[in-house]
Each structure stands twice: as C-alpha cells, then as structure tokens.
Design a binder for this molecule. Sequence first.
Ligand SMILES: C[S@@+](CC[C@H](N)C(=O)[O-])C[C@H]1O[C@@H](n2cnc3c(N)ncnc32)[C@H](O)[C@@H]1O
Length: 202
Amino acid sequence: MSKNFDYERFYDLIAPVYGVAMRLIPVWRHYTEVVLSWLPPSGAVLEIGPGPGLLLTKLVERYSLAVGLDLSSGMLRQAQRRLRCAHLSVRLVRAEATHLPFPAGSFDGIVITFTFSAIPNGLAAMEEMARVLRAGGRLTLVDAGMPGDGNPLGTGLARLWEKFGDFMRDEAALMREAGLEVIECREFGAFNSIRLVVGRQP
Ligand SMILES: C[S@@+](CC[C@H](N)C(=O)[O-])C[C@H]1O[C@@H](n2cnc3c(N)ncnc32)[C@H](O)[C@@H]1O
C-alpha cells in the first residue's frame, strides 16, 4: 500500500466481516481492552477508529460521553448496529484522524487501537489527538510494533504488517513530539509484537 492507497474504500469493503473476524481471535479483545485501566474513571472519551464498535460498546457503558470517530462509513454502520442491539446510544462521527472536528481540550480520554499504524501522517494525527485532549487527559494507544529485543518471530510479524501497508513507528517519540508526557510504554502479546503507549496532556 502506498500513501495514495484508498483506506476509506478498503475499510468500507472489509467492514461487514471485520467484527466477526476479530471475535474469532480471542486474544484480540484482550489486546484492545488493555487500554481500559489507563483511561480516566469518568468524563468524555473519544475512540478513533472504533471499527465495528466492540471496544466502543464498553466505553459507552462506562462514560457519560463517548464518541466514535472513523474514516469508514461502512465501519460506522457496523458500530451503530452493534450499539443499537445493545440498546446503547452513541455519537458517531465520520472524519479523518488528522482533522478532528472538535474544539481544543474536548476530551478527558482518547483511545486508538490498531488504527494509528494505518494513518500515513502519524505526527499530524498525534498532534490532533494532543490538541483535543484536556490538561491531565490521557491518550491510550495499542498497536502492532517492532519488538525492542529484535526477537525473530516478533520482527517477522511486524514485517508482515508492513507488507499490508501498516507503518511500524516509535509511537512514544511521536507522542513526545506532539507535546504529551509518556507515562507508559510497554510491549506485550505474541512475541512482544503489540505495544501499549499511554500519554498524558500536561
Ligand atoms: C484495523 S481497524 C481497528 C478497529 C478496532 N479499533 C480494533 O482494534 O479492532 C482500523 C479502523 O480505523 C479506521 N481508520 C483507518 N484510518 C483512519 C483515519 N485516518 N482516520 C480515522 N479512522 C481511520 C478504519 O476505518 C477502521 O475502522
């Protein structure tokens, strides 16, 4: 995939099957739900790239205001359906992570799981997330990454993600560049190929 790849069309196409596929990978839920214990206990939260809304359902149950923002209208339809079936209502917004349609300081928490690596301009997205976080607010990110110890299986997995167009990055460095304080950065999951990074708006 190149920077000109049509991500919106791609995610629209896979939207009907993505949620089913993720439910068939039992560890996926564990990987994404790691963010929950790092979020503030109350307030307004934004999930960027909620896809079919598996994690968003939890956020809606927990927070007085939870907003899901995604590039793909197909994914947003899946999320809407899932939340409606659970008798939950949510604000869903179709937009691009590099241009968040919210005023500065709108959210106490931001969640982004397995989405940051699909955004070509990572620093622009990080700066936007930092902008819409309130002072003291937290950005919690989970994504595939290159394992720090260079273990061959984890490195192989990361190289595979790169072939599918994902960008393996130093998310902690980008968070700092966007003005956030990094309060957690750790590898976990299969061969340390998954990364949790948590930033705080000073
Ligand atoms: C791989 S899915 C991840 C879904 C879910 N967060 C998870 O952990 O399973 C990536 C999601 O991010 C969305 N996405 C990708 N690039 C985006 C962008 N630049 N702005 C907003 N959403 C984006 C896609 O439409 C898709 O719903």
